[in-house]
Design a protein around this ligand. Structure first.
Ligand code: ADP
Ligand code: MG
Length: 229
């Protein structure tokens, strides 16, 4: 599981790096290719076939390099989602199962209120990663003895999932940063969990909201469109 989570986080990093890199590399490539084109025109004018041949080689190969960058970008995009009807109660129950050993160690009581028959359309594994990330964050935030409330309800056209802890809360001035990749307040954190969560929720046309009060706790609320039966 740890490995699976890391895989998604790595994927998110590759995606971000690829997006940044492609921008940084494609700009100079465009200049190289435009310059080669200008040289080729001169070569034609002065009838130097070697100059024409070599400048064409530069043009062709810079466009090949640009194609490779595009392919890397495509690979880095998470287009590998499955699209199936997902019963959210089941996904939440199995996500909670993963967290039980950690919660027991800290004597954290998990309270579940999960409405059956609430489904969304999407990728079960990706959604499970969302819930596991949020549950693990909640458990990590809490000291010995705490309470974790996990709720699934229906509201309008949305499935509403709430994951609420009795931890220390998030300082108001940090709330805007917690979804940024690499933002962490943990000594050994990656700061990638919530950026992955955010991306998966967005990719499922969902919404995410945080309510937090210092000294009282934190609640993450996720809304996912209901699948039509
Ligand atoms: P990481 O867990 O590696 O630090 P995340 O992206 O999962 O990275 O979380 C980013 C930061 O958001 C955490 O370091 C922590 O400061 C804050 N955070 C997330 N969830 C909670 C929570 N339930 N309670 C308090 N702080 C939280
Ligand atoms: Mg985390």
């Amino acid at each position: 599981l740890e490995a699976q989570l890391l895989e998604t986080e790595k994927h998110a990093v590759i995606g971000k790096m690829a997006a940044g890199l492609s921008h940084d590399i494609k700009n100079p490539l465009a200049v190289i290719s435009a310059s080669a084109f200008a040289i080729k025109k001169r070569g034609n004018r002065i009838k130097d076939s070697k100059i024409v041949e070599l400048s064409e080689k530069i043009e062709k190969n810079s466009s090949r390099a640009a194609d490779i960058i595009d392919r890397l970008l495509n690979y880095a995009k998470p287009s590998y989602y499955k699209a199936e009807e997902v019963e959210l109660r089941d996904v939440l129950l199995s996500s909670i199962d993963f967290a039980i050993p950690d919660s027991k160690k800290k004597d954290i009581k998990i309270h579940k209120r999960l409405k059956p028959g609430v489904s969304t359309y999407g990728d079960k594994n990706a959604l499970q990663q969302v819930f596991i990330n949020l549950i693990i964050n909640a458990i990590e935030a809490m000291n010995y003895k705490g309470r974790l409330d996990i709720k699934l309800t229906k509201e309008d056209n949305y499935a509403v999932i709430s994951i609420k802890d009795s931890g220390p809360g998030i300082p108001e001035e940090l709330i805007d940063e917690i979804f940024d990749p690499f933002f962490t307040t943990k000594e050994r954190g990656t700061g990638l969990g919530l950026s992955v969560v955010n991306r998966i929720v967005k990719d499922h046309n969902g919404k995410i909201e945080v309510k937090s009060k210092e000294g009282e706790g934190t609640e993450f609320i996720i809304k996912l469109p209901l699948s039509e039966d």
